[in-house]
Design a protein around this ligand. Structure first.
Ligand code: NAG
Ligand code: NAG
Ligand code: NAG
Ligand code: NAG
Ligand code: NAG
Ligand code: NAG
Ligand code: NAG
Ligand code: NAG
Ligand code: NAG
Length: 644
C-alpha cells in the first residue's frame, strides 16, 4: 500500500477487436452512445488503440464497453491503462480530459479509467446524481485535478473508490459517511487537505482505507474502532495531530496500521489483551511526536511482524514483553529517548532480521542472549550510551549478521578481530566515532562482499592495506578523522581489476595521507559522486584524468599542498555542485571552462596562488568574494576590476 507506482514502460500496442460483426450490429442506447462519443472526442491520444474500435452505433460491441444483456444499457467501461492478457503485458496511456458527459451513462456499474497516466480534468461534480448504480469507480494514476465531489455520497451502491495517484485537492466530503457498502477507499498520493470526516466511522463494511501522502489535518476519528472489518488502514504522511483514539484497540480485523509521518502526540495505546487486534502484523507509528514509554501491552500484539516506533519522543526502558513478539522480523526504535538495557528476552525473537535502536540512551552491556538471534542480519545500536569497550565475542557466532552499525559505542583497542572469522558475509560496517587504535588489518581484503565501510573518527594509524583493491563491491569508504598516512593510490585501484568500479563515496579527509593524486580517475571510477581528500598532505599536480569522474557532485581537496595549474578537464564534470580547492598552492589562471559548471552551488578557491582574470559570467560571478580571496593575482568580478 501507498507505494507510488512508477510508470516507466510505455508500449505502443494495438488490440484487435476479434469481432467482424460489429459494423452490422444493432444500435445501442442513444444516451449511452452520446456519452461514449463525447468521452472519445475529448481523448486525443490513446496508445492502446482501443478507442479506434469505437465506430458505428453498436457501442455494446466496442472494446472495453460491456452492456447489460437484458436492458441493453452500458453497464461497464473497462479501459485500464495497464493491460495484461495471456499473450502480453503493456502500459498504455490516454491523453486528453475526462468528459463530464460520462455521466450520461446512467446505468453504469463499473467505471474503470485507472492508470491512463495523462488523463486530465476533474471528477464530474454531478457524478452522484447521475450514476446511481455505480459500484466501482477507478480513476487512479491519472492527472485529475479538483475535488472529490460532495455528490459522491449519493452513490449508495459504491463498493470501491480508487482515486489514488492524482492531483485531487480540497477536503474529503462528509457525505462519504452515507456509502454504507464501501469496502475499499483509496485516495493516497493526492493533494487533499482538511480533516478526516468523523462520518467515516459509519462505513462499517470498509476493509481497506488508504489516504497516505496527502495534507490531511485534524484528529483521527474518535470512533475509529467502529470499523470492525477494517484490515488495512494507512493514514501516513499527512499532517494529522492529536492523540491516538482510545477506540483504536477495537479494530479487531486490522492487520496493517500505518499512522507514521504525522504530528500525532500523547501516549501509545496498545490492547490490554491478546484477543484484541489479534491479526496486527504491520504497525508504523514512526516520525510523530508520541511521548511516554513503550507500553508493556506491546507483548499482546502476538502477530506483529514489522513494527516501527522510530523518531518519536518515547522514553523509559524497552519492555521485556517485546520478547513475546515471536513473529517479529523487523523492529525500529531509533531516534527516541529510550534508556536502560536491552532486555534479555529479545533473544527469543528467532525470526528477527533487523533491529535498530540507534540514537537512544541505551546502556551496556548487551545481553548475551542476543547471540541466539540466528536470523538477525542488520543490527544498528549506534549512538547510545553503550560504552562497550570491546565488541562481545558472540558477535562472531551470529550466522546471518551482515550489517553492523556500532558508531559511538565506546569501542576501544584494535580493529575488531571477530570480523576475520565471522560466519556471515559482511556487507556494511560502521564503527565510526569509537576509540579504535592500531592499524587497519590486511585481512580486511578478505571481506569480499563488503559494500560500505565507515571507520571515521577513530585513532587508526598507518596506511590503508593494499588488499582493499580486491573489495570489488566496495561503494562507500569513510575513514575521515583518523591518523592514517601513506599514499592514497590503493583506494583508486579498488575494483579496477574488474570491468566496472562500484565506488561512489570516498572520504579520506582529516588524516595524514601524503604523496601524489595521479591515480584519480585513471581506473574504472566513473561512478564516484563524493570525494573528500581535504586536510591531508597531498602534493603534486591534479591529473587531467580527474575529468573522467563525470558523476561527481562534491569534490573537496582543500587544505593540502597541491600545486600547478587547475586541470582544464575539471570543466567536463558538469554534475559538480561543490568544489573546494582552498588552501593549496594552485597556480595559473582559472580555466575558462569552469563557466560550464552550471550545477555549481558551492565554490572555494581561496588561499591559492591563482592569477589573472576570473572568467566572466555565471556561475563564477554568483559566488561571494570570499570564494576567490587570498589569491593575490586574481581580479575581475566578484573581486575588483582588472587593471590590465
Ligand atoms: C449476460 O451477461 C452475463 C455477464 O454479464 C453472462 O454471464 C450471461 O451469460 C449473459 N447472458 C446471456 C443470455 O447472454
Ligand atoms: C500532469 O500535470 C502536470 C501539471 O498539472 C504536468 O506537469 C505533468 O506533466 C502531467 N503529467 C502527465 C503524465 O501528463
Ligand atoms: C443526494 O443525497 C442528498 C443527501 O442524502 C439528498 O438530499 C439528495 O436528494 C440526493 N440527491 C439526489 C439527486 O439523489
Ligand atoms: C450513517 O449511515 C446511516 C445509514 O446507515 C445514515 O442514516 C447516517 O446519516 C450516516 N451518518 C453520517 C454521519 O453520514
Ligand atoms: C470497544 O468495543 C467494546 C465492545 O464492542 C465497547 O464496549 C467499548 O466501548 C469499545 N471501546 C471504545 C474505546 O470504543
Ligand atoms: C566506560 O567504560 C570504561 C571502562 O570500560 C570506564 O572506565 C568509563 O568510566 C566508562 N564511561 C562511562 C561514561 O560510563
Ligand atoms: C560515517 O560515520 C560518521 C559518524 O558516525 C557519519 O557522520 C558519516 O556520515 C558516516 N559516513 C557515511 C558515508 O555514511
Ligand atoms: C571534507 O572533510 C572535511 C574534514 O573532515 C570537512 O570539514 C568538510 O566539510 C568535508 N567537505 C565536504 C564537501 O563535505
Ligand atoms: C571533455 O570531454 C570531451 C568529450 O568526452 C573530450 O573530447 C574532451 O577532451 C574533454 N576535455 C578535457 C579538457 O578533458
Amino acid at each position: 500500500m501507498g507505494t507510488k507506482l512508477s510508470w516507466i514502460l510505455v508500449i505502443l500496442i494495438f488490440i484487435p477487436t476479434g469481432d467482424c460483426k460489429r459494423i452490422v450490429g444493432k444500435e445501442c442506447n442513444s444516451q449511452d452512445l452520446m456519452g461514449l462519443t463525447s468521452f472519445k472526442a475529448a481523448i486525443h491520444v490513446d496508445t492502446s488503440g482501443r478507442l479506434e474500435t469505437w465506430i458505428g452505433r453498436n457501442c455494446c460491441k466496442w472494446n472495453g464497453v460491456y452492456c447489460n444483456n437484458r436492458t441493453g444499457r452500458v453497464a461497464e467501461i473497462r479501459l485500464p491503462g495497464f493491460i495484461s492478457t495471456n499473450d502480453f503485458i503493456a502500459q498504455t496511456q490516454m491523453e486528453g480530459w475526462l468528459s463530464p458527459s460520462i455521466t450520461l451513462l446512467n446505468s453504469l456499474e463499473v467505471l474503470d479509467l485507472g492508470g491512463l497516466i495523462s488523463l486530465t480534468g476533474t471528477i464530474p461534480s454531478s457524478i452522484g446524481f447521475h450514476l446511481p448504480r455505480l459500484r466501482k469507480l477507478y480513476l487512479y494514476t491519472n492527472n485529475l485535478t479538483g475535488p472529490v465531489p460532495e455528490s459522491i455520497g449519493n452513490l449508495s451502491r459504491l463498493e470501491e473508490i480508487h482515486l489514488h495517484e492524482n492531483l485531487l485537492s480540497g477536503s474529503i466530503p462528509a457525505s462519504i459517511g452515507l456509502l454504507q457498502n464501501l469496502q475499499r477507499f483509496l485516495l493516497y498520493s493526492n493533494k487533499l487537505s482538511g480533516p478526516i470526516p468523523e462520518s467515516l466511522t459509519n462505513l462499517t463494511n470498509l476493509v481497506s482505507l488508504d489516504f497516505q501522502g496527502n495534507s490531511l489535518t485534524g484528529h483521527l476519528p474518535e470512533k475509529i474502532g467502529a470499523l470492525q472489518v477494517l484490515e488495512e488502514l494507512d493514514l501516513s504522511d499527512n499532517l494529522l495531530s492529536g492523540k491516538l483514539p482510545l477506540s483504536i484497540t477495537n479494530l479487531t480485523a486490522i492487520s496493517v496500521l500505518y499512522l507514521d509521518t504525522n504530528l500525532l502526540e500523547g501516549e501509545i495505546q496498545f490492547p490490554s489483551s491478546s484477543g484484541e487486534m489479534p491479526l496486527l502484523g504491520f504497525l508504523r507509528l514512526h516520525d510523530n511526536h508520541l511521548t511516554g514509554s513503550i507500553p508493556f501491552n506491546i507483548g499482546n500484539l502476538v502477530s506483529l511482524q514489522r513494527v516501527s516506533l522510530a523518531n518519536n519522543r518515547l522514553e523509559g526502558s524497552i519492555p521485556s514483553t517485546l520478547g513475546n513478539l515471536l513473529e517479529a522480523t523487523e523492529i525500529y526504535l531509533y531516534g527516541n529517548r529510550l534508556s536502560g538495557q536491552i532486555p534479555s528476552s529479545i533473544g527469543r525473537l528467532s525470526q528477527l532480521m533487523l533491529l535498530s535502536i540507534s540514537n537512544n540512551l541505551i546502556e551496556g552491556p548487551l545481553p548475551s542472549e542476543m547471540s541466539s538471534l540466528h536470523n538477525l542480519q542488520t543490527l544498528d545500536l549506534s549512538f547510545n550510551r553503550l560504552n562497550l569497550s570491546s565488541i562481545p565475542k558472540w558477535f562472531g557466532g551470529m550466522p546471518s549478521l551482515c550489517r553492523i552499525f556500532l558508531a559511538g559505542a565506546g569501542i576501544q583497542g584494535d580493529f575488531p578481530e571477530f570480523l576475520r572469522t565471522t560466519l556471515s558475509p559482511l556487507l556494511e560496517l560502521d564503527f565510526s566515532f569509537n576509540h579504535l587504535t592500531g592499524i587497519i588489518p590486511e585481512w580486511l581484503g578478505s571481506l569480499t562482499r563488503l559494500y560500505s565501510l565507515n571507520l571515521s573518527r577513530n585513532s587508526l594509524v598507518s596506511k590503508i592495506p593494499n588488499t582493499v583493491t580486491s573489495l570489488r563491491d566496495l561503494a562507500v569508504v569513510d575513514v575521515h578523522s583518523n591518523k592514517l598516512s601513506g599514499p592514497i593510490d590503493g583506494i583508486f585501484e579498488i575494483g579496477s581489476r574488474f570491468s566496472e568500479g562500484s565506488l561512489t563515496y570516498i572520504d579520506l579527509s582529516d588524516n595524514s595521507f601524503s604523496g601524489e593524486t595521479e591515480q584519480i580517475g585513471t581506473g574504472q571510477q566513473c561512478q564516484i559522486k563524493f570525494l573528500n581528500l581535504s586536510h591531508n598532505y597531498l602534493t603534486g599536480r591534479l591529473p587531467g584524468s580527474i575529468g573522467r569522474l563525470v558523476s561527481m557532485r562534491s569534490l573537496d581537496l582543500s587544505n593540502n599542498k597541491l600545486g600547478f595549474e587547475l586541470p582544464e578537464s575539471l570543466a567536463n564534470v558538469s554534475s559538480l555542485e561543490k568544489l573546494k580547492l582552498q588552501r593549496n598552492r594552485f597556480t595559473g589562471q582559472i580555466p575558462n571552462g569552469f563557466l560550464k559548471l552550471t550545477a555549481l552551488r558551492e565554490l572555494d578557491l581561496s588561499d591559492n596562488l591563482l592569477v589573472g582574470r576570473i572568467p566572466e559570467g555565471r556561475p563564477l560571478s554568483d559566488f561571494p568574494k570570499s570564494s576567490f580571496s587570498g589569491n593575490r593575482g586574481l581580479c575581475g568580478k566578484p573581486l575588483s576590476p582588472c587593471k590590465f
